[in-house]
Design a protein. Sequence first.
Lengths: 251, 442
Amino acid sequence: MNVVPAIVLRDVHKSFGATKIIDGVGLRISRGERHGLIGPNGAGKTTLFNMISGRLSVSRGEIELNGRLIQNRAPHEINRMGLCRSFQITSLFHRLSVFENVRCALLWSLGYRYSIAHLLSRQRKLNTASQILLERLGLWDRREIRAGLLSYAEQRALEIGITVAGGADVILLDEPTAGMNRNEADRAVSLIRQLTEGKTLLVVEHDMNVVFSLADNVSVLVYGRIIASDVPERVRVNPVVREAYLGTKGA
Amino acid sequence: MTEVVAQRSGDSARYDVRAALGRFWPAFTFIALAIVVPWLFFDWSKGRHSGFVISLVSQMGVMSIFALSFNMQMGQAGLLTFGHAVFLGLGGYATIHALNAVASGLFWLPVELMPLVGGISGLIFATIFGYMATRQTGTAYAMITLGFGELVSAAAVMFNGFFGGEGGVTANRMIKTSFLGLSYGPAIEVYYLILFWTVLSAGVMLLLTQVPLGRMANACRDNSERAQFVGYDPRRVRFYQCAISGFFAGIAGALYAINYEIVTYDAVSAVLSANVLLMTFIGGIGVFWGPILGAVLITLLQSWMSLLSGAWVIYVAVLFVVMVIYAPGGIAGLIMAHLPIWRSGRLATLAVPYLRIVMPSVTGIIGFAGLVELTYSASIGKGQGRALTLFYHVIDTSSLLPWFVTAVLFALGIALAASQRVQFLESWAAVAEETRVKEPCR
């Protein structure tokens, strides 16, 4: 049954006017795989993410999620089909409490839809699930604080929490450790590992240590094309990659 | 936090009356006050209610529902609307016609349920309107509501069949259909009907802030993109929220119609839409009961201050501007900011800083009010042949002295208050900081 890959990209193109950002990307990520996406600034990593998650339209090509075509669908539809993403710039419900943030992220997946007939405080299953997730995030003691008032590292943790809360089996993380120091990044990586256990993970990252420690496979995106896609050890020594990316970055 | 703790100790399923009383005592006090208020002004010598007070509190009730429904869009969903009166007005027109239809024997409906006629009309119009408008948010949404408001206002003067033209539509609320056997002739009976529906509507609207749709409305207000990535279609959230808000505005409209027995195009006008915006912002959009506070206060100002001064509109306008600049959270926001300080018993430390800024402010306000009254008296008042009386003294507006005194008071007061501002904010922040340390989870 596991023959259907989680994500398939076929000859995906994206141009803004005359500018080609993504120039024929093909990618195949199997179920349960942790896939790293690296590349220099402006290579189109976030654009690719935005197309997969439905935030941007696809100029040409096909994107499949669990065997179903999803290109140019609305973000909430793609989300309901089992994909969730995080953002490079922290994207929370900043005026709601930490607890409410997680609860909002759980609502749809627990089938509440647009209900006006369920008092949130009475939903035992929902509230227990929120509590369990907050405890795993290490944010239970901070549950009453407005999300916008959390420290940066805490906001990033909450961001990951919201992303995995709904139980999507495909998780896209856009630079989850951006702006963190070594310690914080290590903690974030172990949190990601824990929370995405058994899920398919596609992660954009600048920090090579994070990518090589987290990913089963790594793809290198340069100028809108994937120039290499392999296990981290071989990508690391790939001469083309070294020249195009690692060499210039001095990693 | 309370609900989470309750969840953990496992007793959340049982409704605890004492806990509810403890949490909602301000609301119950307010309701009790609303019930007895007419009797405080009862004229025992003549055995009659004060017509002024009854009409005042009736209007407060109607406007409270209206402002709360406005805030379902503004505060909770982040949708600024300039045409909210449309739903009140259309609900009002529908009710007036329903009253006439029942009176002529077309169908039977007790007066007590008339608000549902208004509510359902409000809901229908808000559904049609919301379907088009909620594609947009922010400025675009505000512009659409403005246009829609103008459209309905224009229609109200053009289509006489439904709207009755400039004269509006009248009805008699004494249609002899009542569950309770009331005639609804005396205004006090209408007031209690309004109060009943106000409490009911406010209660339901409060519950609606605690359900998935209400919470997702907050979420979409904060970050509609993130809402999409947790599975929600923000447009649908806005649409439902707008429709429900129209329902409650329609209820307010029905009570308006029953209360005044006439609905004219004033009820759909931009003036009323602006009025509800004013009330809600002054009361506070960030706290559920803020709009009620605003509705009560502004209605009071409008009715009571208009007796004292013909220039009352200026005072309300200045209050609005000052609030939006210095206290964007409204009066309710100010109260909520002081609550933790009061709980920690440190409010007294703010007494001196407050005195230092309030005294010059009051001086400035007196000076300002003096200037406004002088100007008003010298222009419009003169035309009406009335003399300006301040503190039981007739003031000669043609002499320079009163102008000079008020101008000095105004300038001095404002300048002094401004000079105290930084220091005041610092001492406030210091106390706020300390209280936050004491209560880490607030």
